[in-house]
Design a binder for this molecule. Structure first.
Ligand SMILES: [Zn+2]
Length: 300
């Protein structure tokens, strides 16, 4: 597999503002990571790591929907196969395909009580490679993508229903989705609390949310500090398992599974060392990327 570099837009001057911590409301921060041209602070109350001051919403929308959007589409297309394989592997580790059996069983031919196809929503679906795969497996699919050219590609080339925008602007009906996926999205949004609350609202009672994000408590983050590959301009937040869990539980979710993977980045160590580090990181749950499977309560 080729080495995948994390996407980052070129650093540029943008309108910024100071915000209270979206997780706990505190306005007390201490320096966390100092990078070239930007920095992260840590909330002294809940320890969420974030860029603060941070670019305003319009600046973020302009990054992915505006000046960089064509370059972002090209990056996604270039890395489509390895990204898809990583996403499938993550979902497998998080138990997605076991759940899938239950969801799709109700649609089996000959089932007299045939239900509607279950709906999976992929937030930040990019070119729609994962949704296409899931559609082929029997899911009804919906994508949301802020990058216009990537959303157009998913619609035109893959014939997928994709809304250009964000979960906050998509205006989906409450309790309308069976499973929501959001892989490497929450670290980019201005207000992760609003993001997670909205996902909770659109899920059906008993529905599932699979969320994936870099893990600041992972082995690589601890080893590399401000040179960590996820300490980049595009990441407004860097979650630990604890801060992510706090956010999800605060929205009403029950966390059912926590998995992490990635010990050392490809090329940063000899292959044998990397294989050992990857195994250890997974076993100890110190991986570079964390996935949580959480569930909305069945009865409201
Ligand atoms: Zn806080």
């Amino acid at each position: 597999m080729k080495n995948i570099k994390t996407w980052s837009t070129p650093i540029r001057a943008e309108a910024k503002k100071y915000i209270p911590c979206p997780l706990c409301g505190s306005t007390s921060f201490v320096p966390a990571l100092t990078c070239e041209g930007f920095s992260f602070v840590r909330c002294t109350h809940c320890s969420l790591v974030q860029q603060n001051p941070q670019p305003v919403q319009e600046a973020i929308e302009n990054r992915y929907g505006g000046h960089s959007s064509q370059a972002y589409l090209e990056y996604e297309l270039h890395n489509e196969a390895p990204f898809l394989s990583l996403q499938i592997k993550g979902l497998e580790d998080g138990g997605f395909f076991k759940l899938e059996k239950q969801f799709l069983r109700t649609m089996a031919p000959g089932n007299g009580n045939r239900a509607e196809q279950p709906l999976v929503l992929d937030i930040g679906c990019a070119t729609g490679a994962l949704l296409e795969k899931l559609r082929d497996r029997g899911w009804d699919t919906l994508g949301i993508e802020l990058c216009g050219p990537a959303a157009d590609y998913a619609r035109e080339v893959r014939k997928l229903p994709v809304i250009t925008g964000t979960i906050e602007t998509a205006g989906l009906a409450a309790a309308s989705v069976d499973i929501v996926l959001a892989s490497h999205v929450i670290e980019h949004v201005n207000n992760p609390k609003v993001f997670v609350d909205e996902i909770y609202r659109v899920l059906k009672p008993g529905g599932y949310f699979f969320i994936t994000t870099p893990n600041i408590d992972g082995f690589q983050a601890r080893l590399f500090g401000s040179r960590w590959r996820s300490a980049i301009f595009d990441h407004l937040y860097l979650f630990s398992k604890r801060t992510l869990a706090q956010l999800l539980i605060g929205a009403g979710f029950a966390i059912e599974a926590v998995v992490s993977w990635g010990g050392l980045a490809k090329g940063s160590a000899p292959t044998l060392v990397k294989v050992m580090a990857d195994r250890l990181a997974k076993r100890l749950n110190w991986g570079d990327v964390v996935l949580m499977r959480c569930r909305k309560a069945s009865c409201q």
